[in-house]
Design a protein around this ligand. Structure first.
Ligand code: ZN
Length: 352
């Protein structure tokens, strides 16, 4: 089978579209023919290397796939142990949180706290990510594909959808009427965050770079869009919120934007963070944190149940996929270059 493989850290040129051994499902797994795979910044972190994280080589990246079940392991099916409503021939998507499924955390629906938790296609391996023609996946991680989406649309959603959903719905407990500052407003996470805000009756305030991205954010229903290339972000938030500040700040940028995020956050507000693409050494002035009684919330992926809830919102039409471009799988390096140059609105998708 074809896959995009790398065996060391480096730039996009180390990605090799090549033949690897076919995946075989273990007893508790499905074999899925990949019809489309999503691109995420995790793919780039794995390729570049990330301090403190071990990448297993040879590595096939990719944490989002949509496809068709081609085979099932011996323990999957029926009504007993390992039972799953999914059958051979079904169209599916995957929840990329891999965990033991037996510990206290897993059985309480908090698999992200499992001591064995890994993001599939990012921290797993060798050779088992989604940028491939076939993948194997524990049956418990497989969900039916929303019927109203194409394979390309479905592959563009789960990781960013469930991450943004947990951040806003579960962690920050978004409420109608709240103002939500969203960094990377038309990136993969941002386009989900804008739509979740609108679904809950909150006001998204996406921050974007340049006129084309302002237009894209407006197209998604945001009325208060901030262009960081020409506007002062904290100043604009004060204007939009009548000097109150944002109720929620949606952070995944980190070091470069953190001081602005804290300045734009209202007294008693919630800042929720799921990543730090510009760097990890963010500075917080603690005087303001205690005086303003602000809340800092970490968030990491989501549970399978949170993905299922978010997919119901997708099937109901509240949240739509936003795809910038579909590439053949052999062009992953070209696509990653576009992502690193911040030239993408929404998501990139690969088709084997
Ligand atoms: Zn566990």
């Amino acid at each position: 089978m074809k896959a995009v493989v790398f065996e060391e850290h480096g730039g996009p040129d180390i990605l090799n579209y090549t033949d690897i051994l076919n995946s075989e499902p273990k007893s508790f797994e499905f074999l899925i023919e990949v019809k489309a795979a999503g691109a995420n910044f995790n793919d780039i972190w794995a390729r570049r290397g990330m301090p403190g994280m071990k990448v297993v080589f040879p590595h096939v990246a990719g944490s989002d796939v949509a496809g068709v079940v081609r085979a099932i392991g011996s323990e999957v099916g029926g009504t007993g142990f390992g039972s799953s409503p999914v059958r051979v021939g079904d169209e599916v998507v995957v929840h990329p949180g891999i965990s033991c499924r037996t510990c206290d955390m897993c059985t309480s629906g908090q698999e992200f706290f499992c001591r064995q938790f890994l993001i599939w296609g990012f921290q797993t391996g060798p050779n088992d990510g989604g940028h491939s023609e076939l993948v194997t996946m524990p049956a418990v991680n497989v969900l039916p594909k929303p019927a109203n989406l194409t394979f390309e649309e479905a592959a563009s959603m789960p990781l960013v959808l469930e991450t943004a959903w947990r951040m806003l719905v579960t962690r920050a407990r978004i409420q109608a009427g709240e103002n939500v500052l969203i960094w990377g407003g038309v990136g993969g996470l941002g386009v989900m965050a804008i739509q979740i805000c609108r679904m809950f009756g909150a006001n998204p305030i996406p921050v974007v770079g340049g006129a084309a991205k302002v237009a894209k954010a407006q197209e998604l229903g945001a009325t208060d869009v901030i262009d960081r290339t020409s506007e002062d972000v904290a100043g604009r938030v004060r204007e939009i919120t009548r000097k109150v500040g944002a109720d929620i700040v949606f952070e995944h940028s980190g070091q470069d934007t953190w001081p602005t995020s804290m300045a734009a956050l209202r007294w008693g507000g919630r800042l929720v963070v799921c990543g730090a693409s510009t760097g990890f050494e963010a500075v917080t002035d603690l005087r303001f944190l205690w005086n303003k009684q602000q809340n800092l919330l970490g968030s990491h992926l989501a549970s399978k149940a949170e993905l299922a809830a978010a997919l119901r919102a997708v099937e109901a039409g509240h949240i739509k996929p936003v795809i910038d471009h579909v590439f053949p799988l052999r062009d992953v390096s070209k696509a990653q270059q576009l992502m690193e140059d911040l030239k993408v609105q929404g998501k990139l998708v690969y088709v084997p």
